[in-house]
Design a protein around this ligand. Sequence first.
Ligand code: SF4
Length: 710
Amino acid sequence: MKHDGWIPTACYQCKAECAILARVEDGKVKEIRGNPSGRGKACVKGMAGVSLQYSPDRITRPLKRVGERGEGRFEPVSWDEALDIIAAKLNELRDKGEAHKLTASFFPHSITDPKWRFLNAYGGFINTALPHCDSAKIVAFIKTMGGVPNHHIPPAWFTVPPGGIMIMAGRHAFGGLDDAAVPLDILEARRRGARLVVLDPFFSEDAAKADWWIPVRPSGDTALFLGMINHIIAREMYDRDFVENWIREGDFDKLKEYVRDKTPAAMSVICDVPAADIRKLAEMCAEAPSVGVDSFKGIMLGQALDFGHAWTIFLAITGNIDNPGGQPLPDLTPLSPVEPVPAGPSLAEKGFHVTGPDREKFRNYSFIMEPTWYQAQAIKNGGLKVLINSEANPALTEMGQSEWCRAVTMKENGAYKLELLVSYEIMLSETSKYADLVLPDKTYFERWELLYMPWWYNFGQGVLLRQPVVEAPGECRHSNEVFIELGKRLCPEYFAFRDDVEFYDIQLAGLGLSVAKLQDMGGIWSPGTMGFRKYRDAGGFGTPSKKIHLYWEDLEEAGQAMPRPGLAPEYEADAEAYPFILVSYRSIFHQGTGQWSHNNPQLRDPVSGLYENPALINPIAAEKLGIKDGDRVTIASRTGEIEATAKLSQRIRPDCIALHHGFGSSIGRVAASGSGVSDNALIPDAGTTLDWQDLVGGESHVSTRVRIQS
Ligand code: SF4
């Protein structure tokens, strides 16, 4: 443990995990600022992390359920008893040949996270808590470029040359949930002469800084990009050199044929952007020295996979792959493997995916995320028996939440179908109410972690050390420490190292480093440069052909070999009964419930923070409905109904209603004292329109149709 002073570590008030310095005095965290060695930024949410650290709601002992699931009644137990219960159940499962019926749901801080190792060694299923909205982008990148995707990290805006174009499609970088360095990078790029274009039905903080805000119809982005692709090809403005040398033979011809009728005029009808504007943006992009596109949270885009596909095609034909200001391709830092490396079970063989009403489509599923709704189906059909949850809150923050709550309380012959539910928490959550065991986790100020995501924006392809800067209270243990202990009990051959620090030491040896050396270096290692056009030296891309794949033949049957321009199916359904589209957004004060911003007194302050979650309604729509600012209104979808306070705002299109995402917690003294409804109560469970889209996300967040009345 370091002593008082400014100590380098990593923030985890949101999933960007910025490099920060924590000022520690008398063994207590007092202040946070950005670490200058890691590009030096921290946002207000990160700085408010201190308030969370010392919350009286912290859990400091393991708890065991005493009532029924959902009642939230517990009694304290010892760690020995808690671990004995988990180990006994896991042994029983494995003895029956059902190890794959264990799933752990967690946010992966590193591709070498010990939790992944445990799951692979034991034979369980890995279910990351990666959000749906982002997954389409990941899948699109893998399928088109064949490489590790740029996961929830934006293009390297600090590399944009003068005249370059930055397109932010439903990404709220200025409103939070992004690397804290990003907003300044965007502003500095604009100062250099770059241009910012924001596509969003919601006038976000990003839109306020933009050169051009295009209030696209929700779910219309694919059509907009297809219209631009059509125009660029028709005018022969594409990057001929890149197309001839780096796109798989035959794919460009297929694209040309496919987009022949996707003219700006035709696409304008779908996306509600004037054809002239589609042409203008296309020409701006074709003439610019660089174009970068980013989209993530904030507004979840409908038809997410199609959009991810259209946007990667657009970048490819304009030659904006791995160039300054374009789409960076990450590179792997050579960490040492911890031998022996567990292989993990064959998930396709085990059949955990094969569930739901349209199960055949699961054969196309190529990513390791299982949405909450599918987790619920697996419980119901006996495919999931033990669930270990960490830094995720499926009972509140994901679509499918109500289905999940039903499934985890479902009984057969008097016993729960899900035989054991364990949740690691720093304070009680909606999810923990259903847990059989609640384990007291350490916060990001109290634990070791080697953060290793090769595509990290903040410091290039590198490694960041999270180190304990203060002691954890009571009996808190980090989930990684507990997984390592379970590994030593259940699969010791893969857990021969002493503890988490030794596990990281072995990996760091690949860089000639150790945890202690990394500490002395300020916690950050970076190769110093990202490099550009790396595919040239690498002999191509990671696809089988080594070229960019515009056409996805494996999705021919699903009708998605090329991006579909249509709006999300639900967008058109029940349009008469539910005339508005629900749009969710984010702000700098709030981040899903995994990080507890809803229980942070600084962020939920009624004056300087975000206290409640008003429904934003355009004044034109409000007037027609007789709704006034401040009225209590009822918003209903086919899935649910909520009450909220109306806030009239020109920031939202007249055909949309906007709610902030991530509200609705009833647990914790700050959350319970505030108000705020969960948009998820309105969003249909994924199963209602099961499609490949649902597996990779986004659709329902924007295509949920609602009605509103005072
Ligand atoms: S963006 Fe803000 S809250 Fe998120 S990790 Fe960075 S400093 Fe922390």
